[in-house]
Design a protein. Structure first.
Length: 392
């Protein structure tokens, strides 16, 4: 450290390689939570993405968009005590130094953390810090590294050790509730009650099906959307995603897409030992809901789907088109359409049936007809033609 470097650092502002602390870190006689803040900061800078040495200046207060102010500190923590405190808790030694530096008639505490091998993490929990969690400096804040971030930091052996340890932590924090939802069917409600983000790679309904072997059907992430009804109503849909980053103290729902009933009947009525719901993270399965609980909900869902199939069976209708001449109505053609009702709604789906009567109304007239039928109309006018449903 030199006066020139110190002056430059005071004018840089906090970043991924620089932090200011107005007061000295509590250490001698401090609580574990207080000392944990010091430990977290050193780990974050050691794991940070940067091209030069990182510094923590103690006794300096940041001034936004200006030169930071030096207040100084009254005491320094012996470096040997700091080294023993930090390096007895990590998976590998952390390279750092601490020294007092006189500047402007005051004492500044200077932590210097060079670039080094990563990832560095705690071998066991300490205060509020979790084992096997990789903290790193991101701009002016401390973040938790994602699996992809960690994979870019270390050797395969280190990643393997980290994944194994983190899997154990994730398994302890995941809670799963199975829900029978009238609208969406089979729903897995997953809650992360832990202190680290959970990366959910897949939630799958699994069962063994005779000669076929293991069948795994992924559930889809459910995205809530507010309805424009002014009442705060929500509707959920599954856009096709299977994975989800689940923050601490948050929940997410996964929905089983509607399948042909025959493909799931075996899972619903077979041996409970052959059916389960698996929650899979980046290192493998972290939670499993066993057969009987899964089958209870699945049987009810299949019952709903059977009712839906019955309700949604299309009915073929004949639409008669005619000219009105005075009091008479001269028929000019007929069209076959299929009308079906969406399950538990008043929405109608309408489509033309191939092999009709040979009379073509054209694209625009045909689209208008489908819209009017979907709106529940039984008769109407399209262009110069009238139409009605043949009720004979």
């Amino acid at each position: 450290m030199t006066d020139e470097i110190m002056e430059q650092l005071l004018r840089e502002g906090e970043s991924s390689s620089l932090d200011y602390k107005r007061d000295q870190y509590p250490f001698a006689g401090a609580t574990d939570d207080q000392k944990g803040e010091l430990l977290k900061d050193i780990l974050a800078f050691a794991n940070g993405w940067r091209r030069a040495e990182a510094y923590i200046l103690v006794g300096v207060d940041e001034v936004s968009a200006g030169r930071s102010t030096v207040f100084g500190v009254d005491n320094h923590i012996p470096e040997s005590h700091l080294q023993q405190f930090v390096n007895t808790k990590t998976n590998r030694p952390v390279t750092f130094s601490y020294r007092g530096y006189p500047f402007e008639g005051k004492q500044v505490g200077v932590f210097t953390i060079p670039q080094q091998d990563r990832p560095i993490f705690l071998a066991k929990d300490y205060a509020k810090l979790g084992k096997h969690i990789v903290y790193y400096r991101q701009g002016t804040t401390t973040a938790v590294a994602s699996p992809d971030d960690v994979a870019r930091m270390g050797t395969p052996l280190e990643i393997k050790k980290l994944i194994e340890g983190r899997q154990e932590k994730v398994s302890e924090s995941v809670r799963v509730s199975l829900i029978l939802d009238i609208r969406y069917g089979f729903v897995a409600d997953i809650y992360n009650d832990g202190e680290i983000e959970v990366y959910i790679k897949e939630v799958a309904l699994c069962y063994r099906a005779g000669e076929i072997g293991l069948v795994s059907i992924p559930l889809l992430v459910s995205i809530p959307m507010l309805l424009a009804d002014g009442k705060g109503s929500e509707v959920h849909f599954a856009p096709g995603r299977k994975n989800h980053d689940l923050p601490c103290r948050k929940e997410v729902k996964f929905i089983l897409a509607r399948f042909p009933i025959a493909s799931l009947e075996g899972a619903a009525i077979g041996s409970p030992d052959d059916v389960w719901l698996a929650v899979i993270s980046f290192g493998g399965e972290v939670h499993r809901v066993l057969g009987e609980e899964v089958q209870t909900v699945l049987r009810k869902v299949l019952e709903l789907w059977r009712m839906a199939e019955e309700e949604e069976k299309p009915s073929n209708l004949t639409v008669i088109f005619f000219n009105r001449v005075g009091e008479s109505r001269d028929e000019v053609g007929r069209i076959q359409v299929a009308v079906s009702k969406r399950y538990r709604s008043n929405v109608l789906d309408v489509q033309f049936v191939d092999g009709g009567t040979g009379w073509n109304v054209g694209y625009e007239m045909g689209q208008q007809l489908l819209q009017e039928l979907a709106a529940g109309q039984l008769s109407g006018w399209i262009g110069k033609y009238g139409w009605r449903i043949d009720d004979e």
